[in-house]
Design a binder for this molecule. Sequence first.
Ligand code: ADP
Ligand code: MG
Ligand code: ZN
Length: 499
Amino acid sequence: MTTTAPTIYETVIGLEVHVQLKTRSKMFCSCRSDYQGAEPNSLVCPVCLGMPGVLPVINKKAVEYAIATGLALNCNIATRTKFDRKNYAYPDLMKGYQISQYDMPIAYAGHLDVETNGEKRTIGITRVHMEEDVAKLTHVRNSTGETFSLVDVNRSGVPLMEIVSEPDIRSPEEARQYLTTLRSILRYIGVSTGNMEEGNFRCDANVSIRPMGDIELATRTEIKNVNSFRSVFSALEYEVERQRRVVEDGGRIVQETRGWQEDRAVTVSQRSKEHAHDYRYFPEPDLPELLPDPMWVEEIRASLPELPAQRRNRFVSQYGLPLYDAGLLSASRSSAEFFEEAVNDKTGASEHRAKRVSNWMLGEVSRLLDHGLVAIDESLLKPAHLGQLSDLVESGDLSNSLAKTVLQKAFETGKAPKLIVKDEGYLQISDSSVVERAVQEALDQNPKAVQDYLGGRETAAKFLVGQVMRITRGKANPAMANKLMQQKLSNLQNTNGSA
Ligand code: ADP
Ligand code: MG
Ligand code: ZN
């Protein structure tokens, strides 16, 4: 009997990401582009309605954003670029073609570093190109069972950017890291809100598997309709496993588009290569070639902010933070800026304060922000106030547990911690004579616990310290209360033993 070693497969993933640009107006007309929540078909004009005889005009801000993105992704910026018509007929496409970029994208040949479980890998960026969004179709069924479709043209012509990666990604987890890192960069440079739920950041995932060691790419499938980072991860895991089973059962992977069905957690075939569109691209005759001025490109480069990875590394070297913490703090620009403002407020940056502020931000503040669901600049908490809170605890004026209460109040009201502490009488009692009085009171009120302790139950001491905290309404300095309680108890033990 012979046994063959099982084949080990390598996962190969390339991602195409569509990003909605945060410009005020649309890509080729002056209609407003913030269609979210707008009355259907209220943000339209002859250009984005696709009327005959009208001419598109290129939105300069959209070009600037695409260039900024290209630069942030280490791309070359084209010195000569153009738009192309991508032809197909579908009711959401007003003109019967989409203006896109085919063979001369605005940016190309870049890369993005991602880190998965401490391992850094470089993912190639094939290209960044500009295009326009299509209208939105809603399929409805009326009370008599008739079905029909409604068209909302507001989204038609909204500026999009497509960012295509090389097939360099090697696992679903790495795909998720790539997306998270990419979105963080886009948000930092301010070109997109990157909201996946609102469709501002959409991802198509291409995936294939090949025997480990092979150099040639195997046939891939493309997964569409994935609208959360978690879904991209799950869909890829599912698809890799499906392909492995097909191959191991002696089958062949066919190049096709598959849709991710969230509720069933499976991908299903939607369209095979034979039915792929022939878009008959040709240069857009209504638009001139674009020749981005190198001076302008350099201006855009100079105006880019510090990017997340640079900022993370600076947080490590400048403030002595652990890499992991620095990564969390710098993931969003608002949280990174909040952190630095809090640390540098008044008393100036000391490494010690940075670590304290960081702990507050990653712990209690993050909890109050629903672990990232709310942005920190949407709360009433001010950076200076977090620094102040951390200082109050450090100086011993405020207990750790009351500090949490104070933080919550500052978070909800925007009031300064110092004021809250004063108004609520939260100042920690570090006057030993006052704490000692409370300790004596706790002993007097709880003879049973004292007896238990003297009888050998050491946990009774904890209870008694708890009583001190109760008597002082949580304000006794806990270390001091503990120390004085131990002293009194051991005094009692000695007198008890010698009696
Ligand atoms: P298309 O324009 O038809 O979508 P592209 O060649 O532009 O095809 O590739 C689109 C995406 O698919 C890119 O991100 C690329 O990296 C990825 N890709 C191409 N071939 C493979 C493959 N064999 N396995 C996984 N990903 C692939
Ligand atoms: Mg594709
Ligand atoms: Zn318009």
